[in-house]
Design a protein around this ligand. Structure first.
Ligand code: NI
Length: 264
């Protein structure tokens, strides 16, 4: 499968689940812009069958290379990012929940979900957008939520893009992230304001903002419930002292961006 096909399939799944992302994309395009993705992000459980390296496989097979790692102590997450030699390909950011640091109840629930993944499914090239591969009740979703919003989101949505990210540097009409933010708010979109609407600064070479995930109806084994789905992110990168555009991530900012799937 070509990398373009992988991203097209991921985008198709993402906008089907999150029509708001599609609306925002079209709003930006309506200003004469061509949208280029800075990165696409994924969530997973640390486990031999589902960890970061497993999700990264489809990208590594297509020429992506490890380019950085990040720790989120409070949220008990670990992440890596991957880059392609073609700078027009989005970076890939994959985080995993450090399952072993949570209660035995959470560990049992996660192990049961992973146990329901058909054998070898994780080695197929479409695993990255295979969605939820287990049954889960809303009750368990709420139990997981008590310990980790991330775990709850992942239990409900499984493997797919958690967000796409518009690279503001490649826009012409919107020069600054703040201008794009105002435009989105004027058009009725709610931004994540945890730690301020703009996370990061020119000093750390990266500014990011994101929408708050809209709630959608999800089928659980004990009924259908409205829960927050995915969000859309916006990033502006700055050059370092050597004039090279920074390509990494800022853990402190990403930590707040994770909260875009919190119930607003
Ligand atoms: Ni992101």
């Amino acid at each position: 499968m070509s990398i373009d096909t992988v991203f097209q399939s991921l985008w198709k799944d993402y906008v089907q689940l999150n029509p708001t992302a599609s609306q925002i994309h079209d709003l930006i395009v309506s200003k004469g812009e061509k949208v280029v993705n800075d990165h696409v992000a994924f969530r997973t459980f640390r486990h031999p069958r589902t960890g970061v390296s497993k999700l990264a496989q489809v990208f590594v097979n297509e020429g992506y290379e490890f380019a950085g790692e990040y720790e989120f102590k409070e949220k008990k997450l670990y992440a890596q990012h991957f880059e392609h030699s073609d700078p027009d390909q989005p970076k890939v950011f994959i985080s995993e929940l450090l399952v072993e640091q949570f209660s035995s109840e959470l560990q049992e629930n996660v192990s049961k979900m992973i146990g329901e993944i058909p054998e070898g499914r994780e080695d197929k090239s479409d695993f990255i957008y295979s969605g939820r591969l287990w049954k889960v009740s809303h009750k368990i979703y709420l139990d997981l939520m008590k310990e980790s919003e991330y775990a709850a989101w992942l239990s409900a949505f499984g493997f797919r893009a958690n967000h796409f990210t518009v690279l503001v540097n490649r826009l012409n009409f919107f020069k600054e992230l703040a201008e794009l933010n105002s435009f989105l708010e004027e058009n009725g979109h709610t931004l994540n304001s945890s730690g301020g609407k703009i996370k990061g600064s020119p000093e750390v070479l990266l500014e990011q903002s994101s929408t708050m995930a809209k709630e959608i109806v999800v089928d659980f084994s004990d009924g259908a419930f409205e829960i927050p789905a995915c969000y859309y992110e916006f990033a502006k990168r700055y050059s370092d002292t050597n004039g090279k555009l920074y390509q990494g991530f800022v853990a402190q900012s990403a930590d707040k961006i994770f909260e875009s799937t919190n119930k607003s």
